[in-house]
Design a protein around this ligand. Structure first.
Ligand code: PLP
Length: 347
């Protein structure tokens, strides 16, 4: 039953052009030391930090579909945008390099940080290493308009630009997470695991929207929860719902999206996007020191903070198996070297 639904979804997805960029399927691993420490459900991690492509992360799956669309349109130059320490920008620069395209990245200063490491290390270092040109815009700039202006000037120069929206979040990119829902459900069935809930960090919404659309197509009853990193709950849920509907429509399977399947908890954002919180710092250290896993300050660390706090508050009571989707981002750690209050040499 489940496996035949997975097969139908594979067939529906196979109609869309895709370039192979990822190391898929990603592993699904138990986090036994963390589970024991927290005393709640058994915790698992879906390792989308291991997707490959410039140290991995969730944008790989989206870029497989987006870059194929760019190729289909005859593009020779990719334009995208994000925050200074954008993982999406970094992974896009790598994808463009691999496919022999030029890449222009517009980075929005959302945090106002003057720290040299924040502005030049981590993802920003990698953007440049992959050969992209980067330019900065002030916080609050209309980044979509800026991308259009850049595309226009590239057209004048005889280039064929292709614009990827921030986070790769449109129905094309979200197909990558429709596929991830299929992959996870198939993987769990293969080891006889019954997943009760799936939790992850949600930002530009393509990841969650793809998962919502994919789980709906599979008629799965996995409880999906996004932990917000930027917008307030109402806005975040609306963004996810809108994109999930558009993705389901684009996928063309006639699946209806149930508004109640879209859940975001946005209580872990703290002072704002990309700004550290005590809970994030504690969560990133805890996972590094109990499971040997690296998470990031902007997304997955706040997502984990939400997961851990909600376990302590009893949100998952009565559930046996909870999966955290690790969306990657550890390259950003090098942009935040002073955040963790680390002791340095002890001798
Ligand atoms: C982009 C990103 C997210 C959020 O995914 P969206 O599809 O933008 O909601 C989560 N974690 C990491 C590490 C990311 O880079």
């Amino acid at each position: 039953m489940t496996l035949s639904k997975c097969k139908d979804l594979s067939i529906a997805l196979a109609r869309f052009p895709k370039v192979r960029l990822g190391h898929l399927p990603t592993p699904l691993e138990p986090m036994d030391r963390l589970s024991e420490m927290l005393g709640g459900p058994r915790l698992w991690v879906k390792r989308d930090d291991c997707t490959g492509l410039s140290s991995g992360g969730n944008k790989t799956r989206k870029l497989e579909f987006l870059m194929a669309d760019a190729q289909k349109q005859g593009a020779d130059t990719i334009i995208t945008q994000g925050a200074t320490q954008s993982n999406h920008a970094r992974q896009t620069t790598a994808a463009a390099a691999k496919l022999g395209m030029a890449c222009h990245i517009l980075l929005e200063d959302r945090t106002g940080s003057n720290e040299p490491d924040y502005n030049l290390n981590g993802n920003v270092l990698l953007d440049q290493l992959h050969g992209a040109s980067i330019s900065k815009r002030g916080g609050g700039t209309d980044m979509n308009a800026e991308m259009e202006v850049l595309a226009e000037s590239l057209l004048q120069d005889g280039k064929v630009p292709y614009i990827i929206p921030g986070g790769g979040s449109n129905p094309i990119g979200a197909l990558g997470y429709v596929n991830c829902a299929r992959e996870l459900v198939e993987q769990a069935a293969g080891i006889g695991l019954n997943i009760d809930a799936l939790v992850h960090a949600t930002g530009s919404s393509g990841t969650q929207a793809g998962l919502v659309a994919g789980l709906a197509a599979l008629q799965s009853d996995i409880h999906l929860l996004g932990i917000g990193v930027r917008a307030p709950q109402e806005k975040q849920e609306q963004m996810v719902f809108d994109l999930a509907e558009r993705t389901a429509q684009y996928l063309g399977t006639g699946v209806q999206i149930d508004r109640s399947a879209v859940r975001a908890n946005c209580n872990y954002v703290g002072p704002g996007y990309g700004l550290p919180t005590d809970g994030m710092i504690e969560a990133v250290k805890l996972l590094a020191q109990t499971e040997g896993l690296l998470f990031d300050p902007v997304y997955s660390g706040k997502g984990l903070d939400g997961l851990i706090d909600q376990i302590r508050k009893g949100y998952f009571d009565g559930m046996d198996n909870v999966v955290f989707l690790h969306t990657g981002g550890s390259a950003a750690l090098f942009g935040y070297p002073d955040t963790f209050g680390l002791p340095g040499y002890t001798d």
